[in-house]
Design a protein around this ligand. Structure first.
Ligand SMILES: Cc1cc2nc3c(=O)[nH]c(=O)nc-3n(C[C@H](O)[C@H](O)[C@H](O)COP(=O)(O)OP(=O)(O)OC[C@H]3O[C@@H](n4cnc5c(N)ncnc54)[C@H](O)[C@@H]3O)c2cc1C
Length: 302
């Protein structure tokens, strides 16, 4: 398989690295080694997905790695996008933006902060690539990214381009309903809801609040569990709140700890393994089910 992967190097805009140390490719910093294919433009992406599919090889897209747990040894290659684009689009506010999936949300937040783009405050402080944020419909208490996405372009596993027009059914809580297995989002069209001077203050205050309440300086993967929507009683059951009430803040498995700052975060305090995280998730899911009757789904992907 290595040889077949290395052949992809002959495609312009593709770089293949075999058995790469991927520790820094996820925000949880677990020990991980795997094959990485970096793709720099859409034609290269089409050739890569088509070739991998023809070779019966699955693959996984990796964005900022902020919601994904990488196993110690990956059995399928990771695909990373690194598309160049004209950064002068951020020199002034526009009605709409066509941006590559590899751009970071931090770049977008900084633009929104500078020019007061209404609607863009919803992703304040979320570490992510635009593609990963769309895939997850990332959001905060202020809203979800799905509200400002109009179109998404992706490449299928057979190397075909697809344009998705976003509508009310396209997103639900931390979920999209249009990416199929093997699809890779490579571009999106974003809008905003006008210019509002209050946005930069909102972003600043929200960032301060996050810094106070979340372990942003530690190695984590964000919230481990999705909040549970109890449709019968019309209430949101917050996993972090329940873990806190159960007195499990600070619980450790070796160097992995439930964050003392926010109970829905796990901190890797050095050398934690994928297995440690799986064990902690199993312990918490069992306790949560026992104490609350709710089966909390994981938000983080593994
Ligand atoms: C400290 C911290 C705080 C966080 N706070 C929040 C928060 O407030 N709200 C929130 O919603 N999330 C939060 N998260 C989680 C995370 O930031 C989001 O889920 C984010 O959307 C992940 O984006 P990513 O680029 O890192 O995707 P990754 O973690 O790299 O990937 C996530 C999933 O998306 C898929 N994917 C990624 N890119 C593409 C693409 N181009 N095409 C197709 N599929 C793709 C991957 O295959 C994977 O299945 C937080 C994480 C951390 C570490």
């Amino acid at each position: 398989m290595n040889e077949k992967l290395l052949n992809l190097n002959s495609i312009e805009g593709v770089e293949v690295e075999i058995a790469k140390d991927l520790k820094k490719f996820s925000t949880m910093h677990l020990d991980a080694v795997g094959d990485l294919i970096t793709v720099k433009n859409v034609d290269a992406l089409k050739s890569v997905t088509k070739t991998l599919t023809k070779n019966n090889s699955n693959y996984r897209v990796i964005g900022w790695g902020a919601n994904i747990l990488l196993p110690a040894t990956a059995t399928i290659p990771y695909l990373q996008l690194d598309f160049d684009f004209d950064r002068s689009v951020f020199e002034k506010p526009r009605d709409e933006y066509i941006l590559p999936a590899s751009v970071s949300l931090a770049t977008l937040t900084s633009h929104a902060n500078k020019f007061g783009l209404k609607g863009w405050e919803v992703f304040t402080g979320i570490p992510a690539s635009l593609g990963g944020a769309i895939f997850m419909n990332a959001g905060t208490n202020l809203g979800e990214i799905g509200t400002i996405i109009k179109e998404v372009k992706l490449v299928t596993k057979n190397g075909e381009e697809k344009l998705i027009k976003i509508d009310r059914q396209s997103f639900t809580y931390r979920h999209n309903h249009f990416v199929e297995p093997g699809d890779v989002i490579y571009e999106a069209r974003l809008i905003h809801f006008g210019i509002d001077e209050a946005i930069s203050r909102k972003i600043r205050e929200y960032l301060e609040m996050r810094n106070r309440t979340q372990p942003l300086k530690e190695w984590t993967c964000g919230c481990v569990f999705k909040n549970h929507q109890d449709l019968v009683r019309s209430v949101t059951c917050r996993a972090g709140l329940f873990i806190d009430i159960m007195g499990l803040k600070g619980l450790s498995i070796k160097n992995l700890q439930i964050s003392p700052k926010h109970a829905n975060f796990m901190e890797n305090r050095g050398e934690s393994s994928y297995e440690d995280v799986m064990e902690m998730i199993t312990v918490l899911q069992k306790e949560l089910k026992l104490q609350t009757g709710v089966s909390f789904e994981t938000e983080v992907e593994y």
